[in-house]
Design a binder for this molecule. Structure first.
Ligand SMILES: Cc1cc2nc3c(=O)[nH]c(=O)nc-3n(C[C@H](O)[C@H](O)[C@H](O)COP(=O)(O)OP(=O)(O)OC[C@H]3O[C@@H](n4cnc5c(N)ncnc54)[C@H](O)[C@@H]3O)c2cc1C
Length: 418
């Protein structure tokens, strides 16, 4: 019997298993997950689930019954500890299993802060279901929440905390929100949205220490950080001492690529793959947050922490394992919801990759499409509270055509005619 092993029980791993069965693969499919929950989707953990609007059951990729029905051998709470490429087997506590093909879908982990006081109680992260539940419990009316990092996770957590009635201060070393994701100009629009909802930003500042709460309300002496004590203060490099009942840290994610690295695969900010999602070992593949894959559209490798990439990459990796011709070449796609704002972003508008931003629609009223151009070519488009335009935006990005910015900015001209 042929055995395909998938290491990593998140969205990418679950979609890979689903696609193997969907494509008619009738060998053994074994899916290892180190969490005790069956594979779930993470976006709601910072949105509807964090806000208490979504049911717990709605976050799972498949029902519990689906796995036995599809003969997918789901091994939860079972981290794979090593890959033996010569023997073509994976090791886990108490055993080993041979594979014919292996997919690594181990995802990413929240980047940890290592400053004095980082171990204090109520210093929380947001990656797992349990962490979302802990934050939800901590965001109470009147709680003083300090968020470290004005990236997507920090902003979505801020929106949830404000909607729960907590006060929110965000400490961010960059000059605006979302600086490395969308650049200064559009990042500032998100900062404005949050300010309008009462969030206080401290841009250009870094947290240097968390201090424990003391009854007197006076910050305790520097270095007095007894593990497990609740946090009381966030100290920044400007010398500010910010009172905090809760600290939420959202400073990015790091790929879980240690397993691959130890196995001798080529790894650099994730498992390096070609456009077929194949690693430097022809029998080992990678997809989702852990993969740093060659994207023909942009002509270099990219590692994406995007829900859509885990979904489609999981499907593509299964096809590649089955020996089908695969070229994974989708336009990167991301979405976010914050307060009354919903947005989708296609492409990668990172600073330095564009020379012009054009707005189509009313950016002050938060109903617009931000278009990032480089030498007149659209490299990314973000529709904010404007819907059903993603296909058109992606077609323009793919076309590589030089566009007239005035026509692009004119909502009376359909995107298909720009
Ligand atoms: C709070 C939050 C909100 C988000 N919101 C959005 C959003 O709005 N829009 C968007 O586009 N994207 C969003 N994302 C990103 C998106 O959720 C991720 O891109 C997606 O979860 C990646 O899926 P994955 O399967 O690659 O990895 P993961 O979801 O990380 O799953 C990998 C799994 O493998 C497990 N694992 C790791 N090592 C091992 C091992 N050795 N053995 C066994 N198992 C292992 C991990 O514990 C994990 O359970 C969000 C992410 C988070 C955390």
């Amino acid at each position: 019997m042929t055995t395909f092993v998938i290491v990593g029980g998140g969205l990418a791993g679950a979609k890979a298993a689903e696609t193997l069965r969907g494509e008619g693969f009738d060998g053994d499919v074994v899916l290892f997950g180190d969490e005790t929950e069956r594979p779930y989707e993470r976006p709601a953990l910072a949105k509807g689930y964090l806000l208490g609007k979504d049911e717990r059951d709605s976050v799972f990729v498949h029902s519990a019954d689906w796995y036995p029905e599809q003969k997918v051998d789901l091994r939860l709470g079972t981290p794979v500890t090593a890959i033996d490429r010569a023997a073509r087997s994976v090791a886990f506590e108490g055993g080993a299993l041979s594979y014919d093909k292996l997919a690594i879908t181990t995802g990413a982990s929240a980047r940890r802060l290592s400053i004095p006081g980082a171990d204090l109680g109520n210093v929380l992260y947001l990656r797992t279901l349990a962490e979302s539940e802990a934050l939800r419990a901590a965001f109470t009316p009147g709680a003083r929440v300090v968020i470290i990092g004005a990236g997507w996770i920090g902003l979505e957590a801020a929106a949830a905390a404000r909607q729960a009635g907590s006060s929110v201060t965000i400490v961010e070393p960059q000059p605006t929100a979302l600086y490395s994701a969308v650049g200064a100009e559009v990042g500032e629009k998100f900062a404005e949205l949050h300010r309008a909802h009462g969030v206080v930003f401290r841009f250009g500042e870094s947290s240097t220490e968390f201090r424990p709460a003391e009854v007197s309300g006076k910050p305790p002496a520097a270095g007095d950080c007894r593990e497990g004590w609740p946090v009381g203060w966030v100290v920044t490099d400007s010398g500010a001492e910010l009172p905090a009942d809760v600290v939420a840290v959202g400073i990015g994610a790091v790929p879980n690529d240690g397993l691959a690295q130890t196995a001798g695969l080529e790894v650099e900010n994730g498992v390096l793959t070609d456009a077929a999602l194949r690693s430097s070992d022809p029998d080992i593949f990678a997809a989702g947050d852990v993969a740093n894959s060659y994207l023909p559209l942009v002509g270099h490798r990219v590692r994406l922490d995007h829900w859509a990439n885990a979904l489609h990459g999981g499907q593509a990796v299964a096809k590649s394992m089955l020996g089908q011709q695969v070229e994974y070449n989708r336009v990167p796609y991301f979405y976010s919801d914050q307060y009354e704002l919903g947005m989708e972003c296609s492409g990668l508008p990172t600073p330095g990759s564009y020379d012009q931003v054009v707005y189509r629609g009313d950016s002050a009223a938060l109903e617009f499409i931000a278009c990032w151009l480089n030498a007149g070519r659209l490299i990314a488009g973000m529709n904010v509270n404007v819907w059903d335009v993603t296909d058109d935006i992606q077609a323009l990005i793919r076309s590589g055509r030089v566009l007239d910015p005035a026509r692009l900015a004119n909502p009376a001209i359909p995107l298909t005619d720009v």
